[in-house]
Design a protein around this ligand. Structure first.
Ligand code: BGC
Length: 257
């Protein structure tokens, strides 16, 4: 990703499309903070492009927002087009998400992967800033596992480390927050899985820091004591707002991923 210049546009609307909720709000980009509440509408089922686009419209209208919008979705997005659908309706495959959302919202809209959005937010506004001159991996633990890799502050988009094979399966089937809930695992038992996953990633990428995001970042005291890597392990500071903030930040940049 080439270096981008931030436009003089301090307030942008960010939207984070998740498996159970579509969240959005107005972000002050000078601080990386929401200036409205983070409004949530349940994700329509099935979450087809048409249905999700309609919900993003509802969100923007809820705040009567007329300005720029960025949307984060749980899929590979290359030059605006969706190239995977692991945790999203299969009908997204091959859809030009930029066109779809721009039409529904009636304005040019920018779209990126949800973990990339969270990573951009943490790197620009969170504790991860301290590692911006090194290698940082952000992981979001939720329905799946999302990832964002940064080298000297530059994002390698669509890294999809949740689908790395571990124990003969997708790592996210084994170590996501959903896997903990579905398997009724104790924090300690789940942390052992996360630790094995982190150690594998450490062997492959030698990062300086791992940022642990997703809903579990609020419960870091429950499982961080069981994690052991030579990279620093940091709880995502923006918690469940990171996707919204990162999507807004991205919308204010020039160029495309
Ligand atoms: C998807 C990723 C997404 C992650 C977190 C994975 O299943 O493949 O694109 O970032 O879930 O939502």
């Amino acid at each position: 990703m080439a270096k981008k210049k931030t436009k003089t546009q301090p307030h942008v609307f960010g939207i984070d499309v998740g498996g159970s909720g579509v969240k959005g709000g107005v972000v002050d980009l000078s601080k990386g903070k929401l200036v409205t509440d983070r409004h949530r509408i349940p994700t329509p089922q099935p979450a087809t492009p048409k249905a999700v686009a309609a919900v993003t419209r509802q969100l923007v209208d809820h705040f009567s927002w007329g300005g720029a919008v960025g949307v984060a979705i749980p899929a590979i997005v290359r030059h605006g087009v969706v190239h995977s659908a692991a945790n999203i309706d299969k009908s997204w495959m091959g859809v030009d998400a930029v066109k779809r959302f721009s039409k529904a919202l009636d304005r040019p809209t920018r779209v990126l992967n949800d973990a990339d959005a969270a990573g951009l937010a943490e790197l620009h506004y969170g504790e991860a800033k301290a590692y911006a001159d090194g290698v940082v991996i952000l992981l979001t633990f939720g329905t799946g596992i999302g990832s964002a890799i940064f080298v000297e502050g530059e994002l390698l988009p669509n890294s999809e480390l949740g689908h790395l094979e571990l124990r003969g399966d997708d790592a996210e089937h084994w170590a996501s927050a959903k896997a903990r809930e579905d398997g009724k695992l104790s924090w300690k038992a789940w942390a052992a899985r996360v630790n094995e996953y982190l150690n594998h990633l450490e062997f492959l990428f030698s990062p300086d820091a791992f940022i642990i995001g997703g809903g579990v970042s609020r419960r870091s005291q429950q499982f961080f004591p069981y994690l052991n890597t030579s990279a620093r392990i940091i709880a995502a500071e923006l918690e469940n707002r990171a996707g919204v903030v990162g999507a807004a930040w991205y919308a204010a940049q020039e160029g495309t991923l």
